[in-house]
Design a protein around this ligand. Structure first.
Ligand SMILES: Nc1ncnc2c1ncn2[C@@H]1O[C@H](COP(=O)(O)OP(=O)(O)OP(=O)(O)O)[C@@H](O)[C@H]1O
Ligand SMILES: [Mg+2]
Length: 299
């Protein structure tokens, strides 16, 4: 007589390791950006002098400083648009020697201080252009998650879904800035470097941008935010790095930065002295702070 197999079908199934569906369909984990001793020289000008900083996934780091401090140079150097010495790593991968295109494919996205949209294209088409980084990783992602789905997700994060089929020509400046950020985000970067996204925005538009940037960060992207709008930076950032003459002058929470005498002397001036309350979650509730932008350093 044979002993009956008492193992039920359910138990047999339970004993078999099964890869959860989410492990297949969820986006891969994001990488941190780590910059060490970054130095850039333009002829006799040392635009960046041994600057080190990090941006973690899901972290919003502000990079501030007077005109000419080296903020744009840092973004250019990290993204491969200007030569630099020092180390730049994305996760455990060194970006040394990679072209700008390869760095974008590796997971960096950026916006430009003087960039503009493709006005004769729709918002959706602008996102498609921003997402164009042909490589196997991207193709695989699009097979799993879909291009259109991702565009919709990005548009939703930035609050521009209703604009997707509109031509960019004629959009108000606040919406254009949101489309600009969405275009940089469309390439699914691990780390997004934004160069003055609030330039030219009014207080309401800047506040809306803060809310949207917080959403981007909470969805897992690490963001380095360069801007002169202190209401935006001091309220929305988790951490702030201050550059002056190409060097890191200070680093800390928005509250620490506001109280730092060197930063006040070099950049903030007295207008930023009144304390903004420490927010539980940086940013949104206090985005109406009266903290002024430093007048002398504004473009
Ligand atoms: N292509 C270049 N050739 C020579 N010098 C440059 C070049 N780009 C920037 N610089 C110089 O490098 C320094 C840093 O400039 P950068 O544009 O990075 O400053 P920034 O902090 O972005 O200033 P802003 O707040 O005005 O945008 C400045 O002295 C600038 O004149
Ligand atoms: Mg600049």
């Amino acid at each position: 007589m044979t002993t009956p197999d008492t193992t039920s079908a359910t138990e047999a199934t339970a004993a078999t390791p099964v890869t959860p569906l989410t492990a297949v369909t969820a986006p891969p984990s994001r990488s941190a950006l780590s910059i060490t001793d970054l130095t850039v020289r333009y002829g006799g000008v040392t635009a960046l002098n041994q600057v080190s900083l990090t941006v973690d996934p899901g972290e919003l780091v502000g990079l501030i400083g007077p005109n000419g401090a080296g903020k744009t140079t840092l973004i250019d150097a990290v993204c491969g648009f200007t030569k630099a010495t020092g180390q730049i790593r994305l996760g455990d991968r060194s970006l040394a020697g990679l072209s700008a295109g390869a760095r974008a494919r590796a997971g960096l996205g950026r916006s430009w201080q003087a960039a503009d949209l493709y006005d004769d294209l729709t918002v959706r088409e602008n996102l498609t252009v921003g997402a164009y980084t042909p490589n196997w990783r991207q193709t695989l992602k699009e097979v799993f998650w879909g291009r259109a789905h991702h565009d919709a997700e990005v548009a939703d994060l930035l609050g521009i879904t209703h604009l997707l089929d509109r031509p960019c020509d004629g959009l108000p400046s606040g919406q254009r800035k949101l489309v600009d950020v969405a275009r940089a985000l469309a390439g699914r970067p691990d780390i997004l470097l934004l160069d003055e996204p609030a330039a030219g925005l009014n207080t309401d538009e800047s506040r809306q941008l803060a809310t949207r940037l917080r959403g981007v960060v909470d969805a897992g992207t690490g963001v380095l935010l360069v801007d002169h709008d202190m209401s935006l930076v001091l309220t929305v950032c988790d951490r702030i790095v201050v550059l002056d003459f190409g060097r890191v002058l200070a680093e800390g929470t928005p509250q620490q930065i506001q109280r730092n005498d060197d930063v006040v002397a070099a950049y903030l001036g007295t207008t930023a002295q009144p304390d903004t309350p420490e927010p539980d979650t940086p940013g949104l509730d206090t985005a109406q702070s009266d903290t002024a932008s430093p007048e002398v350093n504004r473009d």
